[in-house]
Design a protein around this ligand. Structure first.
Ligand SMILES: [Fe+2]
Length: 255
């Protein structure tokens, strides 16, 4: 562990509080054929509704409906987490474009972003929607959601490429994240894309116990957490994106 990381330990608690209660290398991940992703797809799914002919649809469409069904289940459980997940998908997609990830990897990152908190289905409502800060015991329950999400999808072959992103979206570069405490490049790069998008959205939204933070404050947190909490280059890319378009986060929250 570097001196930089050690000297930054005192800043961890404030950084962590911003995203844990919601919660580059080009990759050659296995295709997740049939997963439709993105806000527009999800909106279409709601208007389409259940279709009795689904059994006659080509397999990719059936797979899409499983994806939609998972997301709608999350929405029924916790509309806040569902809306957050869609904003994370949009941020992650923009980041993928900025860093030039290939189409397949971008596709998988976006699909994983939509479902990154699917493990929260296993979190009791009293904990998940608690309108005040969590106790240590409650936080321990929340911290199980990345592994629970992986477990939920592990037997679905088309979702295999998403599993590392779902399991590791709360890992920190310095190894102080969870569930596995992975360090640096041991964390899948794609999971780190989702992690930074996840934390940015968590900071940008008001909660019962924390007001939304202005974009300049979010930029400062990204700068402070670069190389500690976040992949350094991804943090800087996100900063550049927010500096170029300061209204980006606000506009996303108007949806
Ligand atoms: Fe999460």
């Amino acid at each position: 562990m570097s001196a930089t990381i050690r000297s930054a330990a005192s800043r961890r608690s404030s950084l962590r509080a911003d995203c844990t209660t919601h919660c580059a290398r080009r990759t050659t991940e296995r295709p997740s054929v049939g997963l439709a992703i993105g806000m527009s797809h999800l909106r279409l799914s709601r208007s389409a509704g259940a279709d009795a002919r689904v059994a006659n649809f080509p397999r990719p469409v059936v797979r899409d409906r499983i994806f939609y069904g998972l997301f709608e289940t999350l929405r029924a459980k916790d509309p806040y987490t569902a809306a957050h997940s869609l904003r994370v998908e949009r941020l992650a997609r923009l980041l993928c474009l900025r860093i030039g990830l290939d189409a397949l990897t971008t596709h998988n990152v976006c699909a994983a972003a939509v479902l990154h908190d699917i493990g929260k289905l296993a979190v009791p409502d009293a904990v998940l929607t608690k309108p005040s800060r969590l106790t240590n015991g409650e936080f321990a329950v929340i911290k199980q959601h990345p592994a629970d999400g992986e477990a939920l999808l592990q037997f679905m072959p088309d979702y295999r490429a998403l599993l590392p992103m779902i399991r590791h979206h709360h890992e920190w570069t310095d190894g102080s994240g969870y569930p596995d405490g992975l360090i640096g490049d041991d964390i899948p790069f794609t999971a780190r894309v989702i992690q930074v998008a996840d934390c940015v959205d968590a900071m940008a939204v008001s909660r019962a116990y924390a007001a939304a933070r202005p974009v300049m404050e979010i930029i400062s947190e990204l700068d402070r957490g670069a190389g500690i909490q976040f992949h350094a280059n991804l943090a800087q890319t996100t900063i550049a994106m927010l500096e170029a378009e300061p209204e980006l986060l606000t506009s996303m929250h108007l949806d």
